[in-house]
Design a protein around this ligand. Sequence first.
Ligand code: NAD
Length: 465
Amino acid sequence: MLARMTTDLIIIGGGPAGYVAAIRAAQLGKKVICIEKERVGGTCLNWGCIPTKALLESAEMFRKMAQGAKAYGVNVQEVTADWEAMVARSRAVSDRLCSGIEFLFKKHGIERLQGTASVPAPGEVTLTAPDGTISNLQASKILIATGARTREIPAFPMDGTRIIGSKQALTLPKVPASMLVIGSGAIGSEFSYLYSSLGCKVTLVEALPNLLPNEDDEVSKTMERAFKKRGITCLVGAKVESVSTSESGVKAHITRPGKPDADVEAEICLVAVGVVPVVPDVQGLQLTERGFVQVNERYETNLPGVFAAGDCIGGIMLAHAASFEAVQAVEGMFLPGSTPKKPTLVPGCTYCHPQVASVGKRERELKQAGISYKVGKFPFQAIGRAVAAGETEGFVKLLFGTEHGELLGAHIVGEGATELIATPQLGISAELTDEDLHAVIFAHPTLSEAIHEATLAADGIPVHA
Ligand code: NAD
């Protein structure tokens, strides 16, 4: 047993909630310990957002070189995809960013302890180090930021080789000849695009009627068309009833109401049907019905001085929402007079090709709430910069309140969508109206002109349509 140590804040988990909380608390002059089982950075930097984006960048370069270079006047001899090198690059990108967080911890004097933490009582943390050594620590505040992990389908649990989750999909030994992907959220869609662009025959199965069902319906339809054009078989409104594995691969039985059943064989099955919270051993901790850590408006759990933020509390389960929550929780703990906020206007981005990004209200939400709105939609095919780039797929769709003209929602599918979304997001948060946006001069030639044109289109006066 090691000696007791006391500190202002102990954070359990070093992902986008935990490490950002640690930095913010250190900025506020607090003594901070961050306990992490693995490497700081969490799923996002180690096994999620960052390494997938690195692989998608490789896939995108390969697609452009292999399929499109000639159309741009570039003659290339033979273009081949070196999967091992792509994976190595992706791991190196992850490694670099995790090292960056380690550097920031040192810079801010944050102590990083490796191991598994449990909380026997408020103010007390027990740390079990990888070698089994147990230490007892004390802190005036504790923040649980343990994230989430892949949800399994009980009828056919993951075995890590034939039935896998996103973590294994990042480091497969080779590009499989075929893959069955279950679930078309961000993970399922991104991996479907990644592997199909490297020559894998992908079948994507989604239980709901649309791909990316959380997105605007027209965006989903555009995605489905684009995926089909790329050779991905998309089965929507479909349920995978069973998956059996063999030496050579998997066989799945799929049912679709009103359509014939389908049997799909593939080398590998990727399960991407959402995530479940990871909750550490905390004595007396209250959970929600769905197993998330229950917190109040200040991110405090039922245990005094024990807080939680990020994916483990549910809500909007995205890295940037987790970091926001973490900062709010820490400021609520240590900044006198601070009133923590919950994330409301959170953009969502999916990095396949075409990219998808959205923020604010969807049409179906406005209809349901009985809010009268007008739509401004503009295609990239009429935007000079998009034509020059050879990236004309998709559109910008903006939703404005009819009565006051305020921007309520933005839905973008196409090249650069994930960067473009920041403009309408600022517009919504600043409560800008269609007329405010009409008056903004957008640089020419840029993809962002589609945002301006969509604003004009909402009032029936687009220039290039
Ligand atoms: P998700 O919840 O976003 O999507 C899961 C999809 O699976 C849903 O569309 C659902 O209808 C479908 N589904 C559920 N059960 C099914 C079944 N039995 N058969 C067929 N379809 C089924 O989850 P995800 O894509 O696994 O992502 C997990 C989390 O990680 C999410 O919170 C996601 O937002 C986040 N994430 C975000 C990004 C990004 O922002 N680019 C990337 C990866 C992951």
